[in-house]
Design a protein around this ligand. Structure first.
Ligand code: UD1
Length: 333
């Protein structure tokens, strides 16, 4: 806890809102900046809310000084990979240019700590299917490139100023708040667990398996699915680390082991108690066969200890949220 304020950008979104809930429970002072382009105000359970853009320098400057901000946790971004391919400049504008504006204001106002939502997409398709922080970065889509460019800006700025940062490279985030107050609300979702849960509650007629001929145990793609509560907690650990003098660093956030598409679908069917209508398809372009983290560094450096490292818990909380949305989506549509 500190008497300074934390600015959370993109706090109305999926991961931001879960992080705010944990920060709020810890009694932190929080101000949220979100333009509500994809987020929902109902997701924000703590803190003061300001509607606006991270690229709006005047507004950011006012918030940083009015609230005496010493830490920024930066979630605000576009995150849909296929959209980044069809509309790359939208991604470079929001994820890179607006972040540059935000960083300029942080420098001006002498913000000390910056925690950044990066992504495993910076690795592209590593041959071994495993990625460590020193695995060469080689993004294969503008989304990954736009995030990597921010990592570069952060490295350079931390060298040239007193700002320290932690960049967290998220693997496949899923699951929901176990109290079911908040969850993932993305319209036109494409992420596997969300899509399967939507099918389970009847929002979709079927689900596709994209590729059954991968060189994996059952032929389907393997990913490192991490529960959003553990991911949110990684931000709180990063906050402690920076507040106690930790130096700038980049960390994978994953469990270090993966599940296949079939294993995910089996879990959804078992927990929901009824079969999904599954259609096998060709591979989806750009999908690596497997992408799993090597994530020892975050455990060692931040003392991060995951509490939800079970596929069934990830699926159960995702399903609970999807059923809740089906019954009552007020504020989340
Ligand atoms: C993608 C991005 C990742 C980004 C994440 C969130 C790439 C290579 N990965 O993850 O960087 O952080 O989105 O934006 O660009 N699948 C199906 N059926 C479906 C949906 C997915 O079989 O309906 C399969 C995919 O082929 C893949 C796995 O499920 O094997 C996970 O896919 P998805 O949830 O879309 O996430 P990624 O593509 O891994």
């Amino acid at each position: 806890m500190s008497n300074k304020t934390i600015l959370v950008t993109g706090g109305a979104g999926y991961i931001g809102s879960h992080t705010i809930k944990q920060l709020g429970k810890n009694g932190e002072n929080i101000v949220i900046l979100d333009n509500l382009s994809t987020g929902f105000k109902a997701s924000i359970l703590y803190g003061d809310f300001v509607q606006g853009d991270t690229g709006d320098s005047q507004l950011v400057s006012k918030i940083l000084s009015d609230y005496n901000v010493d830490t920024v946790i930066h979630f605000a971004a576009h995150t849909v990979v296929p959209e980044s391919v069809s509309n790359p400049l939208k991604y470079y504008w929001n994820n890179t240019c607006s972040t540059r504006n935000l960083l300029e204001q942080c420098q001006k106002h002498k913000v000390k700590n910056f925690i950044f939502s990066s992504t495993a997409a910076v690795y592209g398709t590593p041959e071994s299917g495993k990625a460590k922080e020193d695995t060469p970065t080689a993004p294969i889509n503008p989304y990954g490139s736009s995030k990597l460019m921010t990592e570069m800006m952060l490295k350079d700025l931390s060298f040239a100023s007193n700002l320290n940062f932690v960049a967290l490279r998220y693997f496949n985030v899923a699951g929901s708040d176990p109290e079911c107050e908040i969850g993932q609300c993305t319209p036109n979702a494409t992420l596997l667990i969300k899509v399967c849960c939507e099918a389970a509650v009847g929002k979709r007629d079927h689900v596709y398996i994209f590729g059954t001929d991968y060189p994996t145990n059952d032929g389907t793609g393997v990913r490192d699915y991490i529960h959003v509560e553990d991911l949110a907690d990684a931000h709180l650990c990063a906050l402690d680390y920076l507040r106690t003098g930790g130096k700038s660093t980049i960390l994978n956030v994953g469990y270090g082991h993966g599940y296949s598409v079939r294993e995910v679908m089996d879990a959804v069917e078992r927990i929901d108690g009824k079969p999904l209508n599954i259609i096998e398809q060709e591979r989806r372009e750009g999908d690596p066969p497997a992408l799993v983290s090597i994530a020892d560094k975050i455990r060692n450096k931040l003392n991060w200890t995951p509490k939800y490292d079970q596929l069934d818990v990830i699926v159960k909380t995702s399903l609970d949220w999807e059923y809740r949305l089906k019954d009552n989506s007020q504020g989340f549509v």
